[in-house]
Design a protein. Sequence first.
Length: 305
Amino acid sequence: MAARRKQIRLGPRTGRKSTRNRRRGPGFSEALALAQARAKACANRPANRRWQKSIHARTATVDDFVDGPGLLMRMFRWVLGIVLFPLLMVTLWTFLDQFSDATLRHAFWKSSAFWYFATGGLMMLGWFYSGLLRDRFLFLYVLGHELTHMFFIWLFRGRISEWDVSVDGGYVTTDKSNIVIALSPYFIPLWSAFAILLFSGVDAAIGLPGAGRKAMFAAVGFFWAFHLIWTLWMIPRDQPDLRENGTFLSLIIIGLANLLVLVAMLCIASPQTGFFEFANQWVTNAAGAWDSSERMLGELLAEWR
């Protein structure tokens, strides 16, 4: 079986900066412009040995799913995306309903879990816009992206023959690929999961004090915001992972999966919102949306007659 290369594209780095620029560092808008320029320059990188290897791997893999799927497959992906879209909307509606209920009626916003999680998320947002240590955060994101690919490749009993991570991008060469392997880095907050596992292990071993639990909520919020912000930053940069299964379908699945992660976090953190309560409300909202759609469709058909 031909090897498939799962990769994240950022483009080549620009030339060496002057001493003054290294000391001062570009502003946030300049950093985004440089990153966009690197992404656009990807197709024009000077030919060298490593680049030829990359081109060869992409020709054997990415071209298979860019030109390979026929009309029926493309139509199927669009239809599946359209079918999943209402599920995404109902889930979003239910999440906002449950979150507002927990916040307003049960004072969830007063809990330490909410405030420390929100504080961690705001810290990450401010850090991102400040541009501080952006290369290191970018490397951390690419590393988490490729590690998530590898985890799901192993989970589906695939083999990994090569992988690489840098601030210019990363890739994993494997003999197996599917929609879960391709899209998992976009909805699995890997570093948040590691933070939860670390704090849970310490809690099980020696017991976490109150300050330790607050630190856990802050760390989870920080790394969840890290995952969300950098994912939103990466998606517009022509990721092969999205094109492999159709960009429209991939975006719907990514949005729905990230929303389900948020739902799980809300159900765990809020005592008043459990998984059963959320599922029950989801069914109620879905039935209401279906009835409203039927009524609107009936009114439209009646006007056309």
